[in-house]
Design a binder for this molecule. Structure first.
Ligand code: ADP
Length: 623
């Protein structure tokens, strides 16, 4: 019988990834072995899991293992496993297309003109395709557990691959690498041994290689890794290097993790957890609130599933790691998992572990904590709204820029703020704004600045929503400086004087005239206690949504209840004084509208009619 060889074209994205991988990971090419051994280990995990229901899948071949084979004459290195294997359809799907949405988005970003570098690609776990960094031809022979016959897939990393039936294969997968001329070093025993021990020591299945005699691989084999699940080993016996290597295996991240916490809990609940905080967010992280990966659930050493969603709240979705439970049933399903009470306990225990780890980082390694905050601070903030029980703990981990910062990157904790509060100050003051500059230069801050009262500058999008859930910290209420009336008397006299002394009559006249002129456009006009430098500003009532938030929601097509702002004016300012005393009606109108328009602009808003505004400015300047 002549076997039929079919040819297939790689999906366009695969070609793109192949090209990128081959060209940008060259200096990192050792990683191919880690990726292939990692896949083999996953395949063994999957088989062990499926065999829980269908023990016959493992019949006759119970011991799962991964073997490296070397053929110095043919110049091939083979990574073989007796795991789950792949059916024909799985082969085409897994090795011919790119299923992961993250990779797709990554490619979209690249085509938007971003330069590819090894780090970026590494975040997506190029996995199998890394074989082509060292091989100019890759053959995959595989037989799915439970199927009679197998398949041979082959490609030279160009645009195509071939597929044909293959007889006589044992269960599992063999990835045969025809090494490039300059990659022959991977046939050397010392090289293989080093790679396996540095990168695959933690793999829970034995990884073996041939014993070499006179420079040639013999038939005798030796196991080169420890072959014990890393998390089950005592902490004292695991080196930092091993922890880091395990993280890379789990996360496909090239970079070292920032920190980790490894715990064994015995008593009411019995489980072991090893949780990592990465040093940076994967490229597609912020889009992926729903697609959560990276926390693997094992039951008694058997891999069950990726269960990040069930085991940690969404605001900790940056955590990677493993949880190995001794209590859950081996046949636990996603549905069952959702409804077990044990899981609630597990979840809160894990949450506590992560928060403990972050506390430790924040207090003992502030530089690392800063790195963490830059990468995941915005995600952690979601916890303020989502995790009522841990709100105070999460609040302690928050970092904000303030009027004392030299730039948006200089952030402080609420504890630091509270420790610096002035005598008589009984609230934590903050301002929300659409961006750092809008926050920093906001007229609303003037009176507080003049009294040297520190104000937190919340200039990120999530802040407005988050702060709505944080009403107090350490017994101190949080107050928005642009909302409601500010009671400044308690905070002492301003250190800097306002522009000039305000005249009560001028103030009253200006307020009366503005009310007439602006009508419905403002809810109220009043004399400000906030301003020392600017002529006017907008303020809201306590319950109002911040103006930049209203704009954002409107832009996104939401119905936003109209709540016109309050206009506050500074009678000490020359513009207000001129407005109050102007006798020419046209000029008075110009000045009055400018007071409103300036306040809108200062707050980051857009004017309905910018051209009319400019015409007014020009008329006023021309006198
Ligand atoms: P990833 O492992 O990140 O999903 P890869 O490109 O490395 O991406 O592999 C793609 C898919 O191919 C895997 O998800 C898996 O389903 C399948 N696969 C790869 N190697 C093996 C193997 N040795 N045995 C069984 N399936 C495999």
């Amino acid at each position: 019988m002549t076997a039929t060889v079919e040819s297939f074209k790689f999906e366009a994205e695969v070609q793109q990834v192949l090209h990128l991988v081959i060209h940008s990971l060259y200096s990192n090419r050792d990683i191919f072995l880690r990726e292939l051994v990692s896949n083999a280990s996953d395949a063994c995990d999957k088989l062990r899991f499926e065999a829980l229901e269908r023990p016959e899948l493992m019949a006759g071949d119970q011991e799962l293992h991964i073997d490296l084979h070397v053929d110095t004459e043919a110049g091939t290195l083979t990574v073989a496993d007796n795991g789950i294997g792949m059916s024909r359809a799985e082969l085409i799907e897994n090795l011919g297309t790119i299923a992961r949405s993250g990779t797709r988005r990554f490619l979209e970003q690249l085509s938007a003109g971003q330069k590819a570098d090894a780090n970026l690609i590494g975040q997506f776990g190029v996995g199998f395709y890394s074989a082509f960094i060292v091989a100019d031809r890759v053959v995959v022979e595989t037989r799915r557990a439970g199927e009679e016959s197998g398949w041979r897939w082959a490609s030279d990393g160009g645009g195509e691959f071939t597929l044909e039936p293959a007889e006589g294969l044992s269960r599992g997968t063999r990835v045969i690498l025809h090494l490039k001329e300059d990659a022959r070093e991977y046939l050397q025993p010392w090289k293989l041994r080093t790679l396996v021990t540095t990168w695959s020591d933690h793999i829970a299945f034995p990884v073996s290689m041939p014993v070499f005699k006179d420079g040639k691989p013999g038939t005798e084999r030796e196991t080169v890794n420890q072959a014990k699940a890393l998390w089950m080993r005592p902490k004292s016996e695991i080196s930092e290097e091993e922890y880091r290597a395990f993280y890379k295996h789990l996360s496909h991240d090239f970079q070292d993790p920032l920190a980790w916490t490894h715990n064994k809990v015995e008593g009411n609940q019995n489980f072991t957890s090893l949780l990592y905080v990465p040093a940076r967010a994967p490229l597609d992280f912020q889009f992926n609130r729903d697609e959560r990966k990276g926390l693997k659930l094992y039951v008694k050493r058997v891999f069950i599933m990726d269960a990040a969603e069930q085991m940690l709240p969404a605001y900790l979705r940056f955590v990677r790691g493993v949880v190995d439970s001794d209590d859950l049933p081996l046949n636990v399903s996603r549905e069952l998992l959702q409804s077990t009470r044990q899981l609630d306990k597990l979840r809160s225990a894990l949450t506590r572990r992560v928060l403990d780890l972050l506390d430790r980082l924040a207090s003992e390694e502030p530089d690392k904590y800063r790195t963490f905050w830059n990468a995941f601070g915005a995600v952690l903030k979601e916890g303020i709204a989502e995790d009522h029980g841990n709100r105070e703990r999460i609040a302690r981990l928050l970092r904000f820029a303030s009027t004392r910062s030299n730039g948006p990157e200089e952030r402080f904790s609420l504890d630091e703020y509270v420790a610096r509060m002035k005598p008589g100050q009984d609230a934590i003051y903050y301002l929300t704004a659409d961006g750092w500059n809008a926050a920093r230069n906001s007229p609303q801050l003037e009176a507080l600045k003049a009294r040297e009262v520190e104000v937190l500058l919340l200039h990120e999008r999530i802040d407005e929503w988050m702060i709505g859930y944080l009403h107090e910290y350490a017994g101190k209420p949080l107050r928005h400086v642009a909302k409601g009336e500010l009671d400044l008397d308690r905070l002492g006299e301003p250190v800097a004087r306002p522009d000039s002394g305000a005249d009560r009559e001028i103030a009253d006249e200006a307020v009366r005239r503005l009310k007439d002129l602006l009508g419905e456009r403002v809810r109220e006009v009043r004399v400000s206690s906030r301003l020392t430098q600017s002529p006017s500003c907008l303020v809201l009532e306590e319950a109002d949504m911040a103006l930049h938030m209203q704009r954002l929601l409107k832009a996104a097509g939401h119905e936003v209840p109209a709540s016109p702002p309050v206009l506050e004016i500074n009678p000490g300012h020359l513009l207000v004084q001129r407005f109050a005393s102007e006798t020419d009606p046209a000029r008075r109108e110009d000045l009055g509208l400018l007071l409103l328009e300036e306040a809108i602009l200062a707050e980051g808003g857009a004017l309905d009619d910018p051209a009319a505004f400019l015409a007014r400015v020009n008329r006023v300047i021309a006198g």
